[in-house]
Ligand binder design. Structure first.
Ligand code: ADP
Ligand code: ADP
Length: 210
């Protein structure tokens, strides 16, 4: 099963993908997490991607497609989070999957209005070591500023600062939102209201995946 979690930045794609990947024994493939790992490791790809990420722009399609499409055979069940994000990426994914006799089973569009997305992104904190994600108000850690799992410091992503958040929302509406139409035509897209609690959203995403 290959499923795509679509939605604006901060909608809760990563939160839901982490929960469901565990439950469904699926591989969670987050293009953002992979890029941040490349950046932290100082690889050529990480260096090329850094400027775009820090400005709230999309990394060029050619780099992302090369990084992601080859991974589609890594597991039987895959939850894609943050990829595809442009029509060119969606088309390249279709071509890559067809080549391997694979196909997309479901696309879940997590719907959250911009003002809520801004609140979610600006309050997001994450553990630089294990990647666990929190929110200062909506999903706070047990001890302020510390990861529940390993006790290490929580950090705010550079691109979650308010000026970059606004730019990322513009980028989303211009370049990624057209995918909702693209995938509606495939007949595989289901909309899920992402404004409720993570638990309620999880139940709905799970039902939509079935
Ligand atoms: P969020 O989880 O808030 O939606 P991500 O972690 O998915 O953000 O992405 C962070 C940044 O990484 C994006 O703003 C963009 O610069 C880059 N990025 C991630 N995925 C893609 C993609 N599929 N295409 C282009 N750039 C991407
Ligand atoms: P995305 O991967 O789509 O960028 P995240 O899963 O990282 O989104 O969530 C963005 C922020 O919003 C995080 O701080 C997360 O803890 C919080 N969050 C996620 N889902 C919900 C929800 N249903 N209600 C409130 N806050 C949420």
């Amino acid at each position: 099963m290959i499923a795509i979690l679509l939605g604006p930045p901060g909608a809760g794609k990563g939160t839901q993908a982490k929960r469901l990947a565990q439950k469904m024994q699926a591989l969670h493939l987050s293009s953002g997490d992979l890029l941040r790992a490349e950046k932290a490791a100082g690889t050529e790809l990480g260096k090329q991607a850094a400027g775009y990420m820090d400005r709230g722009e999309l990394v060029p399609d050619s780099l992302i497609i090369e990084m992601m499409v080859g991974k589609m055979t890594q597991a039987k069940s895959i939850l894609l989070d943050g990829f595809p994000r442009t029509l060119a990426q969606a088309e390249a994914l279709d071509v890559g999957l067809t080549k391997h006799g694979l196909k997309i089973h479901r696309i879940i569009n997590i719907d959250v209005p911009d003002v809520e997305v801004e609140r979610r992104m600006t309050g997001r904190r994450s553990c630089a070591a294990c990647g666990a994600v929190y929110h200062v108000d909506f999903a706070p850690p047990k001890t302020a500023g510390k990861c529940d799992k390993d006790g290490l410091d929580l950090v705010q992503r550079n691109d979650d600062k308010p000026e970059v958040v606004r730019k990322r929302l513009i980028t989303y509406h211009q370049q990624t939102q057209p995918l909702v139409d693209y995938y509606s035509k495939h007949g595989l897209l289901k909309d899920v209201d992402g404004t409720q609690s993570p638990e309620k959203v999880e139940t709905k995403v799970e039902a939509a995946l079935a």
